[in-house]
Design a protein around this ligand. Structure first.
Ligand SMILES: Nc1ncnc2c1ncn2[C@@H]1O[C@H](COP(=O)(O)OP(=O)(O)OP(=O)(O)O)[C@@H](O)[C@H]1O
Length: 601
């Protein structure tokens, strides 16, 4: 096909020129400008043909429709079925918010569509910029230039107030994630019990000037893996994600702003891969897999927009690390408002019209109305919904005798912020109240966390029941309770030795009580009035250590840890209990990066 096009380049160019003439005389339907209120804006950027492409006789096959702002036109010429039939053009058009032609500068894209993301994140919102398109279409070129402009705006002094700015940069390749600010140290992508995504183990560097921010981005770029391919001499073989966190020191109780800048790896058509080695082929497979899940999420998100029809929506964002990071863009249950700008990058060559069509199709699909963020309403059973006054009122009545002084425990924090507080800090604050013992403080912290876990579980069940996201996208609900307090999402498959699951799959079907073994984590029922052990109001976990006499087991307490959603084994807090106190197996995996256990989804 490519040879057919090359052989007929002159005819193709004539047909395109004739089409352009017709289009100019026709009335052009002006595409609507991107609404400033819209939560997602889509740009298409057509890069210029590069000198070597022009040298090879390639011509453009994708154009910005003149005067129409947001319409891209593509022209294909197919080999006729009958050799004597005249060559004809098949033209199609796609509408996005704005199409930037080959002469447009990155500053144009920034001013029109990207700049509004910065004040949004500055004021505590979540903003995301991502560029996608086929390999060699200009994603890295565009994102790097936009990063410079964003760094300038963040430190220009034009935005109200002061923010502490932190940056992390990671690379996602297949199922692995690497910290580009720590010389490619492996990290994990974890989801906490509030549904937020974390780069566990990644550096989070504070920067105080635009130059420092850019220096970090440049340092990270030096560690990003690129390889020469047929299409691009410096092809990125992975997705790069830069996360800029904006903390407001004047309002510590407010949500932090987050700005994600994502340069996706490019998709490759079969002919782009003809010279790939086995290793390049594997990379290409991983890239195409994660991009195809991204497309499924785009499709799912579009289906959510049709939710008024009663059609249940399925957005499979938990399937790959990439879509887990971009979850807030697609998640129908997201609680935080999020603004997104997508730049669909296009190589305009007539040889790549098929790939450009696919890029534009998904861009157009993203243009639908975004899922509305849910309003977090006060729920007395849900600590993460409490403001400071509601939290303090509960502490005054729910912390035992003597009551913990709420002003000392939570001077400014909301319920969600107190849940995020490291356990030792929580306990230290409780101990500031005269008369409060360590046991009381530990039990109170456990009760508070237990309440959060239980409320998260009931939210997950409600969502499942309403036909929205079902627990953990098909996770084994009986084993892990639900998707919300199953926070995990390990990128690297941890070895069986680091996982509490039964290693032998055949044995997993056996009744739970016949499978008890050292290392297994179980939910258990503590006896009434047990003393000296932290007992949670909700589910209690323990790790079995060794069988004892009369069917009893020695076990160690497993408690919620400092990092939200993580668990740690209190190996020093052992107890002995009859096997009938153990009610279900709970599968935890050990994360080497954070050194905590996480429940598997
Ligand atoms: N708007 C543009 N103006 C001029 N040159 C451009 C433009 N966009 C991209 N290029 C050039 O095109 C080539 C490919 O660009 P880039 O590496 O950004 O592509 P990519 O989409 O990131 O590719 P991959 O997915 O393979 O990493 C580079 O040489 C780059 O300098």
């Amino acid at each position: 096909m490519e040879q057919f096009l090359v052989d007929n380049t002159a005819r193709y160019a004539d047909l395109v020129a004739a089409h352009a003439l017709k289009a100019q005389t026709a009335a052009l339907d002006a595409a609507p400008e991107a609404s400033p209120e819209s939560d997602i804006t889509i740009a298409a950027r057509l890069r210029p043909l590069l000198p070597d492409e022009v040298g090879a006789g390639q011509v453009a096959g994708v154009f910005a429709r003149p005067g129409a702002g947001g319409v891209a036109e593509l022209h294909e010429m197919r080999r006729p079925v009958r050799p004597t039939a005249p060559l004809a053009l098949s033209s199609s058009s796609y509408t996005v918010d704005r199409v930037f032609g080959p002469d447009s500068a990155t500053e144009d894209i920034y001013t029109r569509l990207v700049r509004p993301l910065v004040p949004w994140a500055w004021s505590g919102g979540m903003s995301t910029l991502f560029a996608y398109g086929q390999t060699g279409s200009g994603k890295t070129y565009t994102v790097s230039a936009l990063e410079c402009l964003i760094a300038h705006t963040l430190f220009s002094g034009d935005l109200d107030g002061a923010r502490d700015v932190y940056i992390s940069v990671i690379e996602l390749a297949g199922k692995s994630a690497f910290d580009l600010l720590q010389a490619r140290k492996p990290v994990s992508i974890l989801e906490d019990s509030f549904g937020s995504t974390h780069f566990a183990g990644a550096a989070d560097v504070r920067v105080q000037t635009g130059a420092e921010l850019l220096a970090q981005i440049e340092a990270a770029a030096a560690f990003r893996r690129t390889e020469p391919t047929l299409k691009n001499a410096t092809s990125s073989r992975s997705h790069a994600i830069c996360k800029i966190r904006l903390a407001n020191p004047a309002l510590p109780q407010a949500d932090e702003g987050v700005l994600y800048l994502v340069d996706l790896a490019g998709s490759e058509a079969a002919r782009d891969k003809s010279a790939h080695t086995a290793e390049r082929m594997k990379e290409a497979r991983d890239i195409n897999t994660s991009l195809s899940v991204l497309k499924d999420c785009i499709r799912g998100r579009a289906a959510v927009d049709l939710a008024g029809t009663g059609k249940p929506a399925y957005v499979p964002f938990r399937q790959t690390p990439l879509t887990r990071v971009l979850k807030h863009v697609f998640d129908p249950a997201a609680e935080r408002a999020c603004r997104t700008t997508v730049v669909a990058c296009i190589n305009p060559s007539f040889l790549d019209v098929g790939a450009s069509k696919s890029t534009l199709r998904y861009a157009a699909l993203l243009k639908g109305a975004p899922p509305k963020p849910q309003v977090v309403r006060y729920d007395p059973a849900r600590p993460s919904s409490w403001d400071n006054a509601q939290l303090r009122a509960w502490v005054a009545t729910g912390s035992g005798t003597p009551a913990v002084d709420a002003a000392l425990l939570a001077p400014t924090e909301t319920g969600k912020q107190l849940l995020s507080l490291p356990a030792p800090e929580f306990i230290t604050r409780c101990l500031k109240t005269p008369g409060v013992s360590t046991e009381q403080a530990v039990a109170f912290q456990s009760k508070f966390w237990g309440m959060h876990i239980d409320s998260a579980r009931s939210v997950a069940f409600k969502k499942g029941g309403s036909g929205r996201q079902t627990p953990a996208d098909g996770a084994d609900d009986s084993a892990n309770g639900d998707s919300v307090h199953a926070l995990t999402a390990h990128m690297d498959k941890l070895s069986q030795g680091l996982c509490s699951a039964e290693a032998d799959p055949a044995r997993r079907a056996e009744p739970f009580h016949t499978r008890l073994r050292p290392g297994m984590v179980v939910a258990w029922t503590p006896p009434e009035g047990v003393r000296g052990l932290p007992v949670l109001a909700g589910r209690n976990l323990a790790m079995l250590l060794a069988p004892g006499e009369d069917g009893a087991w020695t076990a160690a307490i497993v408690c919620p840890a400092v990092l939200p959603g993580a668990f740690e084994v209190f190996i020093w807090q052992q107890f002995s209990a009859a096997a009938d106190r153990f009610v279900a197996e709970v599968i935890l995996e050990y994360d080497v990066g954070s050194r905590y256990y996480y429940e598997t989804v």
